[in-house]
Write a protein of this length. Structure first.
Lengths: 276, 577
């Protein structure tokens, strides 16, 4: 039960104090920069800023370790796949070839390829802290409010928020049902054979589905009784108006975006090339 | 004459999914400021009536309507659910599932958000509504941290943000412990007084609702209005017994003593009743001798010795709990939510392991047993049968536990049939479970545990959500099981269930066992009762009001008398077959 999924972690930090909408805007801009540029200097700046912001948020790495591990594994696979399918991509981009470690066929390892993949890796690391922070420092309803603010339909935004709201409840009823079935003799431990375990898992899933469906019906009735869906627009109790901090955060991000675009224009290439 | 706010005229309703009408030929007028209780057995149509008033019928729940229903002189078929909800505030039964927001404040604000009310105005309205129900200091709390009673207060505040003229409560007491239930009724009373709204309460727990002054009680059965009377007149009639609705205990006691209940006695409220003239006959009845059932002294089946447990290092959930239970005993495990009752159950079922202390079943330390091994000895039945049932057919559900244990098919068939017979489900053995009523489903879950032949069975709220008739049936069934030597531990909030159907009460408070004594004695031990949010039944109050020297023996006397009657009914029934 100690599995930590991505959910809101309550703290009192400057990052938590930012409004959801500001965080969402920053996150989107930040992703645009990271996706558009291969400039190592910009990416390095982003990485450092990301780490500082993460520190400021008072979130501990272990609290997001589950997702982080997942991202790292994915990153590793991605790097390996790039090397497997395009081992000379770096040479193509930077126009030179410094072989570090000769290997058969086209698989010789070049400095250019290493540098290219380093850039890709930094890209990941530049975005990851922001993505994680946006989710764990924004209260789900504020998250919905901010989605709505940037133009997502409030029905969809609310669906997201209410899903987050009921995840703990469903987890709890899963736990209860699992325990009741175990108390009947269902063996969910690793001792039981896989096929058998799968069949027995059905004895938990089926009641869980039915009790969740019941719940959905009650919730949707309760929502209708309180006029959800009546108007084209709705207001949000958790919505907050922008403060200096919000403007500052968005301002810094926009500056960085402009800087990145300026460098790109000046150089006429997305890549910073140390090999020339 | 006060303004009519609800008016049913020759109203009938049939759900599309059902063959017969749920409501037939309803003619009713409710007036501004009235306090109305709608009661009736399960499936009588009382909730359907409520859903017609709040507009869920026909907007969300589809069906066929005949006749008309007008709210504040407007025909409901002409207005949308949204407009209706401004006039009729509904507090649903399950306060957990209807809690939509992530915090108290947000949940109260929900209707305002949907009306796109500006933020500052919304915050003011939320605070005001929260103050009305006394939740203004909890605005930032999440629902997981609230008690059932508090959640219900939030639900009330959530509808009070609107200028409602009708407040509709659908079984407001269903999931509350006795003390929280009393607080809820007090709050409803107070809100009605302050705002002058019409209050409609749908509930089958009549006695608890009578704690506030009511103007009318409606009895619904088979979709028809059977009675529409003032409380005094209804209570003096025979209608409640006829339709299987539990009358207040004090009235049953008075009737047992041979006292005729008339409206002039004011049976509505015990504290207002004029008992002067009937005191003598009551005292005479109470001093009759009724032979008591002899104390069971089977061998010790379960023993807990110095059990300690915590989920997190600094939060002790159970502290030094010790007790023992003998074979065939019926135990009530009572206490507030969060007092440690369910944790205790989990430890005994092997779902959690104690940090220290030992659990013995049948004299053997079961500390090393797996959950599966333990499940052969200890059974657990959850409150909601839907959380246990995983098969389509009754036979398969009951056979499930045996199949898991690899019992051969012939033996399974024999044992399942035998269990189904004990549980009165044999005629339904080839039915799909979905065709059963709530109470029958509950029986199926009991059968599915019973078939494994455990030595003791835990039942979480065995009668929750069942009306008096089903309640009596269920308890009668459990009584029979117990006489077969099955040891039962019932986790319950129902004080009368505890008094009438159990031999001993174990009371938990803050992780400690604070009392272990016969139920009648417990309820007179006001300190323990208070700590555990329990409530004495009206029998005590009655005994005190007539200055009976020993209230406990009065209660005992009543229970023994009831048991005697049940036994007599049973033998009469047996002769019929």
């Amino acid at each position: 039960m100690n599995l930590r999924m991505l959910s809101y972690i309550e703290r009192t930090s400057a990052i938590h104090r930012l409004t959801g909408a500001a965080k969402l805007i920053c996150f989107i801009l930040w992703s645009v920069i990271a996706m558009s540029t291969f400039d190592t200097q910009i990416l390095a700046v982003m990485l450092i800023v990301g780490l500082i912001v993460f520190k400021m948020s008072q979130i501990h790495w272990r609290e997001v370790s589950f997702v982080l591990t997942f991202i790292l594994i994915f990153l590793l696979l991605n790097d390996l796949a790039i090397y497997a399918f395009a081992p000379q991509q770096g040479t193509v981009i930077y126009g030179t070839s410094h072989v570090v470690f000769p290997l058969p066929g086209r698989y010789s390892l070049t400095l250019e390829q290493l540098f290219y993949q380093l850039n890709i890796t930094i890209k990941y690391f530049a975005v990851t802290p922001f993505a994680l922070l946006f989710i764990v420092t924004t209260q789900p309803s504020e998250f919905a409010a901010s989605l709505n603010r940037i133009g997502v339909s409030y029905r969809i935004a609310y669906a997201v928020s209410i899903t987050l709201r009921y995840i703990p409840d469903v987890q709890r009823s899963y736990h209860e049902i699992a325990q009741a079935q175990q108390a009947r003799g269902v063996d969910l431990s690793k001792k039981a054979k896989f096929g058998r375990r799968m069949r027995q898992a059905a004895s938990i899933i089926i009641p869980l589905i039915f009790s969740s469906l019941d719940r959905i019906e009650i919730v949707s009735n309760a929502m209708e009784l309180r006029r959800f869906g009546k108007k084209k627009k709705r207001t949000w109790y958790q919505e907050r108006s922008f403060t200096r901090g919000d403007y500052l955060a968005i301002g810094i991000t926009v500056l960085l975006l402009l800087l990145s675009v300026w460098i790109l224009m000046k150089r006429g290439s997305r890549y910073y090339n140390p090999f020339k | 004459m006060k303004k009519t706010v609800v008016s049913f005229k020759q109203f009938s309703f049939k759900y599309n999914s059902q063959e017969n009408s749920s409501l037939r030929d309803i003619n009713l007028d409710f007036h501004q400021g009235e306090r109305i209780l709608i009661t009736g057995p399960s499936g009588s149509g009382k909730s359907t009536l409520g859903n017609c008033i709040n507009g869920l019928i026909p907007n969300a729940l589809k069906g066929e309507i005949k006749g008309s229903l007008a709210l504040m002189d407007v025909n409901t078929s002409d207005v949308s659910l949204f407009d209706l909800s401004k006039k009729v505030g509904t507090v649903l039964q399950d306060s957990d599932a209807q809690f939509i927001g992530l915090t108290v404040g947000e949940d109260i604000a929900f209707a305002l958000e949907n009306d796109a009310v500006p933020l500052d105005e919304m915050k003011r309205a939320v605070l005001k509504a929260a103050e009305k129900v006394g939740m203004e200091h909890f605005l930032n709390q999440s629902p997981q941290k609230l008690s059932g009673g508090q959640k219900q207060r939030v639900s009330m505040a959530g509808v009070l943000v609107d200028p409602v003229t009708i407040l509709l409560f659908d079984e407001p007491l269903a999931n509350l412990d006795p003390a929280s239930g009393r607080q809820t009724m007090r709050l409803i009373d107070q809100i009605q007084r302050e705002t002058g709204v019409t209050v409609i309460i749908i509930e089958h727990r009549l006695e608890e609702v009578l704690a506030i002054d009511l103007d009318r009680i409606l009895v619904i059965a088979d979709g028809r209005v059977i009675a529409d009377e003032s409380p005094d007149r209804l209570l003096a009639s025979e209608i409640l017994q006829e339709y299987g609705i539990r009358e207040p205990l004090y009235l049953t006691a008075l009737k047992r003593a041979g006292i005729q209940i008339t409206p002039q006695l004011h049976p509505e409220r015990l504290d207002k009743m004029s008992l002067g003239g009937i005191r003598e006959s009551l005292l005479r009845w109470a001093s009759n001798d009724i032979p008591e059932r002899e104390q069971l002294l089977g061998e010790r089946i379960l023993q807990l010795s110095h059990i300690n447990f915590c989920y997190k290092p600094d939060q002790q959930v159970l502290a030094d709990v010790s007790f023992s239970i003998r074979k065939g005993e019926r135990i009530a495990l009572v206490g507030k939510n969060g007092a440690g009752k369910s944790t205790l159950t989990k430890l005994i079922c092997g779902l959690e392991r104690p940090d220290s202390g030992t659990i013995y079943v049948d004299g053997k330390d079961i500390g090393e047993q797996t959950i599966k091994e333990r499940s052969e000895q200890v059974g657990l039945i959850m409150q909601d049968p839907n959380q246990m049932i995983s098969q389509n057919m009754i036979f398969d559900e009951v056979a499930f536990g045996l199949r898991l244990r690899g019992v051969d098919a012939v033996e399974i068939r024999r044992r399942v049939y035998e269990t189904l017979k004990i549980c009165g489900l044999y005629p339904y053995r080839n039915w799909p479970i979905s065709a059963l009523s709530f109470g029958q489903k509950k029986r199926v879950t009991i059968a599915s545990i019973l078939v494994i032949e455990p030595k003791l069975i835990f039942l979480d709220e065995p009668t929750a959500g069942q009306d008096y008739r089903h309640y009596t049936k269920m308890m009668h069934f459990l009584e029979q099981l117990s006489s077969r030597g099955v040891t039962l531990i019932m986790i319950t909030h129902d004080m009368h269930l505890m008094l009438e159907y159990t031999d001993r009460a174990l009371v938990m408070a803050d992780g400690k066992l604070i009392a272990d004594q016969p139920p009648a004695e417990l309820l007179s031990n006001s300190k323990a009762a208070e700590r555990a949010n329990l409530k004495t039944t009206s029998l005590f109050q009655l005994a005190e009001q007539v200055d009976f020297h020993d209230p406990i023996s009065f209660v005992r006397h009543f229970i023994a008398d009831e048991k005697g009657r049940r036994a007599a009914d049973e033998s009469a029934n047996a002769q019929l077959y």
